[in-house]
Ligand binder design. Sequence first.
Ligand code: GLU
Length: 306
Amino acid sequence: MITGRYAPSPSGRMHLGNLLCCLLAWLSAKSKGGQVLLRIEDLDTLRCPRHFADAIVEDLAWLGLSADGPEPPVYQSERSEIYLHYYKELERRGMVYPCFCSRSQLHAASAPHRSDGQVLYAGTCRNLTPEQVAEKAKTRAPAWRVRVPDEKIAFTDGHLGPYAENLARDCGDFYLRRADGVFAYQLAVVVDDALMGVTEVVRGADLLSSTPRQLWLYRELGLQAPQFYHLPLLLAADGRRLSKRDGDQSLEHLRAKYAPEEIIGKLAFACGLQESPRPTTPAALAQTFDWAKVPKHDILLPEKLF
Ligand code: GLU
């Protein structure tokens, strides 16, 4: 059984980019006779109030993209005990260490950067002595990082093809837990997808570079990794990234203007699934869905489509 998932972070109402991701996750699973599960990625409870999660569930139903379960959905904010279990396993093996670096230290002008523009951790706190840790802990609560090996992790993305990163060189030791105790996305997503029995993950290409880290965690935790499909980013006609702050691209605005079939039809046209923006349904698109139709490069939303 193919099991896909939606894993939205409910920090606002969905926008067209979020919706494209849900549409492709649904089509990829359903076109193979599979199911789609819903997990709300609300680890950051302050940024992700429950009413936005409820709006996502309602928007998906309105669009004909309801998940097949579970009911209620999985909420990451309720799963700290589960993440702790896996975190402790890594800790027990000496793979976790406290990092006392401040934001400004991490983002210093001299800091090395990853290819995706993010700061590469310089390893400042990697080899602190127990005395140094005790001293630093007097003035600052640490965040917790995992020690990565000098090893290349390669995989073949179902849509974008081969991708590899050397964890030490291209990624660096990454966070597993914040100073306030909240577990990091990288750990939670691996544990959740494995425990929910997810066999395929469909998500934006902005997360492609997280995948080697996650595949390594799957291996270290003895969990079964899914197949990954990363979809191109959907950009506004002028090349800007869509964001939840772009009110005109939010589901709230779009629902006031269009029927669900119109939104699905326009979006399917923008990403190559049909030749015109005519109204359609997810179920109709599933009949002819093929990843080969979806572009591999960023998708510019045609001017005046919405
Ligand atoms: N929660 C993430 C987001 O909304 C997606 C994480 C994932 O698909 O792995 O961007």
